[in-house]
Unconditional design. Structure first.
Length: 105
């Protein structure tokens, strides 16, 4: 399946719009990642553990969106948008949502 942030695909003409498809995931970061990320804030550098969690959440949200489009019989998803938010009392959870328009060629 083609997944694109653009609203059109040069090589294919959209014949039918099937509707909006979405995927969501909420992932928690654990205490040890928070501690090491705090150290990184002080000494500088990238937080590989948080980057891994973020990538995992994005991949899961995209997969859910693609699964929904597949169930609709879509050939592609266009206009894809990814949103990242922190949720929870202390902002300890990361929410990633993916949304786009399922289409047939």
């Amino acid at each position: 399946m083609i997944v694109s942030t653009t609203n059109t695909l040069e090589t294919n003409e959209v014949k039918q719009y099937l509707g909006i498809v979405t995927g969501e995931t909420i992932i928690g970061a654990n205490l040890f990642k928070d501690i090491f990320a705090g150290i990184r804030d002080i000494v500088g550098g990238r937080s590989g553990s948080y980057e891994k969690v973020l990538r995992e959440a994005k991949d899961t949200a995209l997969k859910e969106m693609e699964d929904q489009a597949t169930r609709l019989g879509a050939d592609a998803i266009i206009g894809v948008d990814l949103d990242y938010e922190t949720v929870g009392a202390s902002g300890g959870m990361l929410m990633v949502t993916a949304s786009g328009t399922a289409v047939k060629f």
